[in-house]
Each structure stands twice: as C-alpha cells, then as structure tokens.
Write a protein that binds this ligand. Structure first.
Ligand SMILES: Cc1cc2nc3c(=O)[nH]c(=O)nc-3n(C[C@H](O)[C@H](O)[C@H](O)COP(=O)(O)OP(=O)(O)OC[C@H]3O[C@@H](n4cnc5c(N)ncnc54)[C@H](O)[C@@H]3O)c2cc1C
Length: 394
C-alpha cells in the first residue's frame, strides 16, 4: 500500500467511490473537489448496475428517485412523430432510477468521508507527476501524494497534465434544461437524424431533466438548443421554468479504444476523464463507478497499480464501449430509427430487449443474436450492418 496519501481529483461518482474503497481498506486519501453541493449537468439516469456498485458505499434508497414506469421512443418530426410505448413490468426492479446528481453525488461523497477520506474542498490548479511522487496545487498550497487519480470529469485538468485533452471528435455536446414545476413516470427518448443523436426527458421527483446530445465536431450549442426548443414547444406545456445548461460528454470513436491509455507511472484516469462513457447511450455513471472501483483495487493490490488498472479497464470496459461506438455512426439514421420504433410497437420481445438495454442488463456483444431470436430479423440484420460499417469506418 502507498506510504504517502493518494490524491483523488474530483468527487463525482468515479472519485468518491474510489475514495470509499481505498479509505475503507485503510489507505490515506485526499479527495479534492470545490463544487459540492452542486447539480452536475446530467440526466441522472441510474441503471441497475450503477445502483448495485453505489450500494457498496451507501444505501441508494436514501436518495429521492423516480423509478421508470414506461419509456416512449419516438423518431421523425416533433409534431407528427412515429412512436412506441414500452411499459415496464411493475413486479420487478425498475430498469432505471432517475435522481438528482446533487443528492446522489453528495451521498457518495459523505460515504467516502465517513470511511476516512479527507475531503479538501478546493479547486486543483495544477498537478505535477514525477518519478518521486505527485504534487497537487491548490490556492492554499501544495499537497504531496504517492499517486493521483484524475476523476475530474470531461474537462479534466489531470488528463491535460498527464496525457492530452480530448480532441473534438472524441466529444459529444449536450444541451439541456431542468424543467421545474412538472414531473412524470415516463422516460421520453426521441431520436434525431440531423444532428445524429437523441433528445431525452428523464423524470426526477420534482422536475424533468431534458436534453439533446450529438457529436461535438461541427456542432454548436446554439444549433442544438434550437432543435431542443422545437421539441419542447411540441411536447411540454408552455410556461415551465427552464434552467438551462450545456456540457461535453466524452464519446470516443471505435478506433480509439485499441490504443487508449488509462494510466501511467503514479497516475490513473477514471470516469469521464478517461473517456469511459457509452458513446451511443451516453451512460457514464456506471462506468465512472466501476473505474473508480477498479482504480482502488489496483492501488490496494500487489504488482504495479498502473499496469493492473490498465489491464482491468482494457478487459472489462473498453470492449463494450468499442461495440457501442461501432454502432453509433448510423444508429440515429431515419431508416434504422424507424425500423427500431416499428419493432418496438409490434413486438413484446423487442420491448423486453429495450428494457434490458436501458437497465444495462443487455450487453452489445449479444444484442444482435438476441434481436434475431425475437424474429425481428431485419432489425437484427440492419444492426449487424451498422456495427460492421462502424468498425471499418465505412
Ligand atoms: C447532459 C448529460 C446527461 C447525462 N445523462 C446521463 C445519465 O442519465 N446517466 C448516466 O449514466 N450518465 C449520464 N451522463 C454522463 C455522466 O454525467 C458522467 O459520465 C458522469 O458524471 C461521470 O462521472 P465522473 O465521476 O467521471 O465525473 P463528474 O461527475 O463530472 O465529476 C467530476 C468532479 O470533478 C470535479 N472537478 C473538476 N475539475 C476539478 C478541479 N480542477 N479540482 C477539483 N475538482 C474538480 C467537479 O467539480 C466534479 O464534481 C450525462 C452527461 C451529460 C453531460
């Protein structure tokens, strides 16, 4: 176990869960984050696998959340869309819980502190990594550490110091709004062909978290806002109070996963800082939690932590994200979106596949085979074509 403290920059899901695992095992942890309590720009959709990882540290039931009761998938024009309703069997666990990130992230940070992590409520201004150790600089002075875990999100300072910032083609852009004064139990997803992405409305206990995401290359927040506003006008009652934001989401292209580097001597990147977001759905909370857990496991275990962590991430996270990236390029085309929505409207078995995808229970690895088994053969075939084209960049 390292002699000096481990510095973790960023107390989002990745940093706080890493801090919880490390502190619980007796390691000294400095967890830097100036922002709490705060609302992180996000849908707040928590899949079952994300909830399971967080529940190691605290009881997620303490965080107010809306269990998804149904999802409505739509595509095409906003006022004349083609749509399918996917109800959720109420006898099992909800596939998705939607919570405020203010509440979820604070509960995780408090759990880390309770386990012994020292929260340093300061913004990190610089990080220097050398063979001897790590220096973390804040306005209050310098802090020495053995290792640094960069869990500081999509605009990661640690990433910029040890590696390089994300290129524009490695990012999605999200433009969103919290709509106060209304809520629901139905998740809305509306795919958009141009720009290729989707609009979502996730119901939280006292508001809706709404947004649109699309590849950042060639896109502007103003253009996305225009599309979102047209959808809002067609979908929600007028007069709601909208709190707006825009924020980047790492969405790595397929080819980047073969040589991505998540760690090096005395440093590791976790969560968004490492680019660990599903490039298709943009689910990131689960991958942040899982990479935080893997970073802690590597730092606590035998052998070189950097190599152990890199191997774990390459084995258990990159392959699934690469499969999603291969699908992304054409998934939002009108042709495929119509096929999908029609399949959902027609087939109970396709609806079950979709519920499992939302819940994080259906890996991309077996998606085509499972869709073929629903007898929606054309959907499975088109999906296979999308994947092959995405992999060869065609
Ligand atoms: C609009 C939008 C909607 C999304 N919806 C979903 C969703 O519904 N479900 C889902 O699973 N994922 C969603 N995601 C992705 C998800 O939000 C992220 O993948 C997830 O938050 C990553 O967690 P993290 O711990 O890596 O980083 P973050 O949650 O970004 O946390 C990073 C922390 O680092 C701190 N920090 C940054 N710089 C410094 C510094 N210099 N010094 C100290 N602290 C610093 C920040 O204050 C922050 O608290 C969405 C993303 C966006 C943008």
């Amino acid at each position: 176990m390292p002699r000096r403290p481990i510095a973790i920059v960023g107390a989002g899901p990745a940093g706080s869960l890493a801090a919880w695992h490390l502190s619980r095992a007796g390691a000294r942890v400095l967890l830097f984050d100036h922002s709490h309590p705060r609302e992180k720009p996000c849908g707040g959709g928590l899949t079952g696998r994300a909830v399971a990882l967080a529940s190691a540290a605290f009881d997620p039931a303490v965080v107010p959340a809306v269990p998804m009761a149904a999802a409505r998938f739509a595509t095409g024009g906003f006022s004349s869309s083609r749509a399918a309703e996917v109800p959720v069997d109420s006898s099992g666990d909800a596939p998705l819980l939607v919570a405020s990130r203010r509440a979820f992230d604070l509960a995780l940070l408090e759990a880390a502190c309770k386990a012994g992590a020292e929260h340093v409520p300061e913004q990190v201004r610089d990080v220097q990594v050398s063979a001897e150790g790590v220096t973390v600089r804040t306005a209050q002075g310098d802090w020495q550490a053995d290792w640094v875990v960069g869990a500081d999100g999509a605009n990661s300072l640690v990433r910029r110091r040890v590696l390089a910032p994300f290129r524009r083609d490695q990012l999605s852009l999200a433009v969103g709004a919290y709509a106060h004064g209304t809520t629901s139990r139905t998740v809305l997803v509306h795919t958009v062909a141009a720009p290729p992405g989707y609009i979502w409305s996730f119901p939280r206990p006292d508001h809706l978290a709404i947004g649109i995401c699309a590849p950042a290359a060639g896109e502007t927040p103003a253009r996305l806002r225009e599309v979102l506003d047209r959808w809002l006008a067609a979908t929600l009652p007028a007069g709601l109070h909208l709190e707006r934001y825009s924020w980047p989401i790492p969405s790595l292209p397929y080819g980047d996963f073969s040589d991505a580097v998540p760690s090096g001597s005395r440093w590791m990147l976790a969560g968004d800082a490492a680019g660990l977001v599903d490039p298709l759905t943009r689910e990131g909370i689960y991958f942040a939690l899982e990479s935080g857990r893997l970073a802690a496991e590597a730092l606590l275990g035998p052998g070189d932590p950097a190599s152990t962590y890199a191997e774990s991430v390459r084995r258990s996270i990159y392959p699934e994200l690469a499969r999603a990236a291969a699908l992304k390029a054409r998934f939002f085309s009108s042709e495929f979106a119509c096929l999908l929505v029609d399949g959902l409207a027609r087939s109970r078995a396709v609806r079950a596949v979709m519920v499992d995808l939302i819940a994080g229970r259906q890996p991309y690895r077996t998606l085509r085979r499972r869709l073929a088994a629903t007898l929606e053969v054309r959907l499975a075939w088109e999906l296979a074509k999308l994947q092959v084209r995405g992999m060869i960049g065609g």
